[in-house]
Ligand binder design. Structure first.
Ligand code: UDP
Length: 235
């Protein structure tokens, strides 16, 4: 395998599947099967999942909601998704531990770098919820932070798009895909790969980002075998 330890970021929004809200069990199962296959190949796996399918602090604030409270609700949404994913992994026959950046035992274990690494070394998947644990951040930034902390070889951003494009491929049919792009180029072109904070954190700590379509079953293993199924963001 190309990488020994990965941090996989899954978006909450993708969990909705075709339903348009909440958690689609079919989509969860597609993720669980791919994660199980990757774990069986000996890759150590940490996961951060978003909460956009349930609540986003920014959309709350737009309706007059206190931003910090809204962000706390968003972080709780990531816990709900993490529990759902942990359960789907158990159903698929792979053990997972859910960690929370904000202590809320017994819903999850309090997060620490060493606990997460210990889970992964024992062949279990470490799901790290609550993003960074602080408001005004996103789970993209949370996953960049966790990838760096747990000393992952790469941060995989699994989305519904198969890489980084010159423009939004869902809106602009002339958009072209990059195989490799630098952090600086992403920032300069203001490409919506991840938010600026997350991209800058990866840049400062030399954490490569790989953007790929995780909703297509089999892509995670293809990526880990070194096949070109997405875009690498590097220095
Ligand atoms: N959030 C936060 N701090 C973090 C991570 C997330 O406050 O470190 C909140 C924020 O309100 C965000 C919500 O949780 O909108 C859900 O996360 P995100 O929007 O990143 O989810 P995704 O877009 O990946 O589904």
């Amino acid at each position: 395998m190309k990488y020994k330890r990965i941090l996989l970021k899954l978006s909450g929004e993708s969990l909705m599947g075709a339903q348009g809200y909440g958690i689609d069990p079919e989509r969860l199962a597609v993720y669980a099967r791919q994660i199980k296959e990757a774990a069986a190949s000996g890759v150590e796996i940490g996961i951060v999942i978003g909460g956009g399918n349930i609540f986003r602090g920014l959309s709350g604030a737009a309706k007059g909601f206190d931003r910090v409270k809204g962000d706390q609700m968003g972080m709780l949404a990531t816990v709900i998704n993490s529990l759902a994913l942990g359960n789907a992994l158990t159903d698929a026959g792979i053990d997972a531990d859910v960690y929370t950046a904000i202590p809320m035992f017994p819903i999850g274990e309090p997060y620490s770098k060493w606990r997460a690494i210990d889970s992964m070394r024992r062949g279990r998947v470490a799901i790290m919820s609550c993003g960074t644990g602080s408001p005004y951040f996103t789970t993209d930034t949370g996953s960049a932070l966790r990838a760096i902390e747990i000393e992952a070889d790469v941060m995989l951003k699994g989305t519904r798009v198969d890489g980084v494009y010159t423009a939004d491929p869902e809106k602009d049919p002339t958009a072209e895909k990059f195989d490799v792009i630098t952090y600086d180029e992403v920032l300069r072109r203001n490409l919506k790969v991840m938010d600026i904070t997350a991209t800058a954190l990866c840049k400062e700590n030399n954490m490569p980002i790989y953007v790929f379509d995780m909703d297509t079953e089999g892509n995670l293993m293809k990526m880990l075998r070194g096949e070109n199924v997405g875009t690498l963001v590097t220095c």
